[in-house]
Structure formats: C-alpha cells, structure tokens
Design a protein around this ligand. Structure first.
Ligand SMILES: *Cc1c(COP(=O)(O)O)cnc(C)c1O
Length: 431
C-alpha cells in the first residue's frame, strides 16, 4: 500500500499556483469542494496501489483530478447533440430546433424588460396571451386562441373546462397513448371528465356516437392517431360527420390534433394529414396541438376555436398553473410570424429539413461521408464506411407510417460490440 501520509493537506493544495488560478476563475467554495473530492479519490487510488509516490507526484495527481472535475462541472448536463437517428422530430432529442426569428425574439425578450403583461397604448395591465392570440386567429381563421405549457396541458384544460363531471364520447380506435405517458383515458380522468368509449378498435360509426349521446354529454372528442394507424378492416368517423352530429345535438366537438400543421408546401409529399385550418373549416369547435412538433416552434400547447369556449378556459384556475412564460411566447411569436409573412419552407428548420429533395439529401450525406472518410478510415474499430439509401421518419407524432426517402452512412465496426460502439458514438464530442 502506498504511503497515505504523503497526501498534502488542503491548505497546501490551496496555495499551489494552478489552484490559485482556479480560484480566480471560479469561486473559493467551489475549488475547496473539488479539492476534497480529488483528495478522496486520490486516497482511494493509493490504497489499492503498490507504488510509493512522492508528495510532489501526489500533488500533481490531485491537481489533475481537480482540473478534470472543474472541466466536467463547467459544462451543463444539457448538451448539443448531432441527431443521427433519421427521425426529424425526435422527442428525446428536444423535438423541433427553432428558427432564427424565434431565437432572435427569444433572446431579445430574455435579455430585456418587455411588455409581457402591459398594454402600452392604455398604460394598463395587459394579458400575456394577447401577443400570440391575434397571430393565431389570423393564421388559422379561428375566433379565439390560447396557449399553455404543452398539448397535454391543452387537452387537460379543455376537458376540465368544458366537461368536468360530464361525459365525453370517444371512439375506441382513438384512445391514444403518446410516448412519455400521455394517455387519453388518463387525461380524461384527471380532468374530471367521464370517458364514454364507443365503437370497437377497428370500426366506429357515427351511429355509435349518436347512440351514446344523453343529457350528460359535454363533448364529442376526436384524437389524432398520431403514432399508429389501424389498417385492414376499418371504419373511422369522418370529422365532418362528427361536426354534423354535434351541431344537430348542440354538443361541441373537440379535436386533439397532436402535431398541428399550419402550412403544406406545394412540393410537400406528406399529403394525408389535415392542416389545422382544414380541421377548423370542417367545423370543429376546439382544436389543440403542440408547438414543438410539425409547427417547428417551442414547447407549447395551442388551443384554437370558438370564443365562448376559449374565454371559459381563460377563466379556469388551471390556466394559471399551465401558463407559458415570456420565452415561450417570444419563440412562438417568432415562429408564427414566419408563417404569416416569412418563408416557413426555408426558415422553419423542421419544415426545411422535410423539404429537402432526395438529391439534396444525397449531396449532404456525401459531404458527411467525405469528412468522415478521411478522418476515420484508419480507425482501429472501423472496418468500412459507406453511403447508403434509406428511409427517414417525420417523428413527433406525425405521419406514423410515412417514410421519407433519404440517405445515410453505414459504419461497419470490428473488434468492438455494437452496444459499445453506439455508446462511444453517443459520448464522443470530437473526431
Ligand atoms: C404529441 C401529442 C400529445 C402530447 O403533446 P405534448 O405537446 O407533447 O404535450 C397529445 N396528443 C396527441 C394526439 C399527440 O400527438
């Protein structure tokens, strides 16, 4: 066992030049904390070591450990990553990256005071919700709009406001679960609404809805089957049919659209999902969707629809608990303005990425291939790198069965397990 007595005391470590420099850069408490940890780690190491180290060598060891800890702790836990999954909207990788306009607004409003809740014209208290409400009305044609923390919150707020202790009719084919434990039946329970399931998993008819309506029915509910498709022997109720029934019986129709699309470009090949405007035009009374899915903005839950319902939601105490902050409002406003008077197909990153042609993607993949090829060709664990044709996915609860034709890099490893190789790739921060 090495001589533990040679470990220098804290006072002596604190007087070393590199440590004094650390105190200059950070603060003293932090440096003392990392000294204690470095000393403890060194002690453990020496206990199991055969070598007898000089005091000076041990000092060097301690300071090196301190450097490592200081470097590790100067970085936050949240890191930029390269999305190599082929899924454009990846919930585990932060969903939509923001566009420049959203980023600019967000940093301006974060850095400075702003009129979040101040009506500058009247000099009176204003509402934080006003900033995006007009934009959303203009873009969708809705009478009113409200923005909350996320789409799960939007659904919860809608149900709690309009259907507390009353019945909500949903097709059995649409009892959706979204990753991260958002389940329609659970959200219903939490909101106080009573779920009335109708139809079967594969077939639901409008007559099933009609038969379930009674004096306690508050809403007819449609959920977008974001992450699955029921195929084969199926029947789904058309939105227009549901709206017709609702209007006939005087019952509102609420739709959880999941990933709301505001814009469909002419070259867009992803045709089968309805836009927010189309759903609204079909007569839906309340629509909710996410801000950070295909919209390409910040995390938010957007609610649009008839004024009477939205006004009631604004008065619900839950709204205060689910409210969005100035950063979200700023980023959302920046994103929506891009739709209103900008070029969403060029300036909203998720849309731009989905707009790439197969040739664009091949060119980009080739560039990446060239960069990597020269650098890792001789790596001991790499056998072969090749450019391949493959299919990508939209992700984020949209187009579950649609594959986006694209290109990728295939890496063949040698002398290392795939798990290990994947972990190395995840933890790597430079080539
Ligand atoms: C994604 C999704 C949700 C949850 O939205 P968040 O913004 O993540 O809270 C709810 N319903 C549907 C249908 C979805 O696709």
């Amino acid at each position: 066992m090495a001589n533990l007595k040679n470990i220098p005391p804290i006072d002596e470590i604190l007087a070393q030049r590199p440590v004094l420099e650390m105190i200059e850069k950070h603060n003293r408490d932090f440096v003392v904390r990392i000294i204690r940890k470095a000393v403890e780690d060194t002690r453990q190491e020496l206990r199991s070591s055969q070598n007898d180290l000089e005091r000076e060598q041990i000092m060097g060891l301690v300071i090196e450990k301190m450097r490592q800890t200081a470097a590790a702790q100067s970085q936050g836990s949240l890191k930029r990553v390269i999305n190599g999954t082929g899924v454009v909207l990846h919930t585990n990788l932060g969903r939509a990256p923001l566009g420049e306009r959203a980023l600019h607004y967000m940093s301006e409003m974060a850095r400075n005071y702003n009129n979040l809740e101040m009506n500058l014209e009247k000099g009176q208290r204003g509402s934080r919700y006003d900033h995006v409400e007009d934009l959303l009305r203009e873009l969708t044609g809705a009478e009113a709009a409200l923005v909350v923390n996320n789409n799960a919150a939007a659904v919860l707020l809608g149900l709690s406001t309009l259907a507390d202790q009353r019945e909500v009719i949903v097709s059995r084919g649409q009892l959706v679960e979204i990753g991260g434990a958002f389940r329609i039946p659970e959200v219903m329970k939490l909101s106080g609404a009573r779920l009335v399931e109708v139809g079967t998993t594969n077939k639901t008819y409008i007559s099933d809805f009609a038969a379930a309506i009674n004096e306690n029915t508050a809403l007819l509910f449609a959920a977008h089957t974001s992450n699955y498709k029921i195929i084969g022997f199926t029947a789904e109720v058309e939105l227009a049919e549901l709206v017709r029934l609702g209007q006939e019986k005087g019952i509102a129709v609420m739709q959880d659209l999941g990933s709301g699309i505001l814009y469909r470009s002419p070259s867009w090949k992803l045709g089968e999902e309805p836009t927010v405007q189309e759903c609204l035009a079909a007569g839906t009374d309340i629509i909710t969707f996410s801000g950070d899915k295909l919209l390409g903005g910040p995390q938010a839950g957007i609610i649009i629809g008839k004024k009477v319902y939205i006004e009631a939601m604004k008065k619900n105490q839950l709204t205060r608990a689910l409210r969005v902050d100035k950063l979200t409002i700023a980023a959302l406003e920046g994103t929506l303005l891009e739709y209103l008077n900008g070029k969403p197909d060029q300036n909203i990153p998720v849309i731009r990425m989905l707009e790439y042609s197969l040739e664009d993607l091949e060119e980009r993949a080739e560039k990446l291939y060239m960069t990597l090829e020269t650098r890792i060709r001789t790596h001991k664990y790499i056998e072969k790198l090749s450019l391949i044709r493959l299919d990508d996915m939209v992700g984020g609860g949209a187009y579950p069965t649609y594959l986006v034709p694209g290109y990728g890099l295939e890496i063949r490893f040698k002398g290392i397990s795939l798990e290990n190789a994947a972990q190395r790739l995840r933890l790597m921060n430079r080539l």
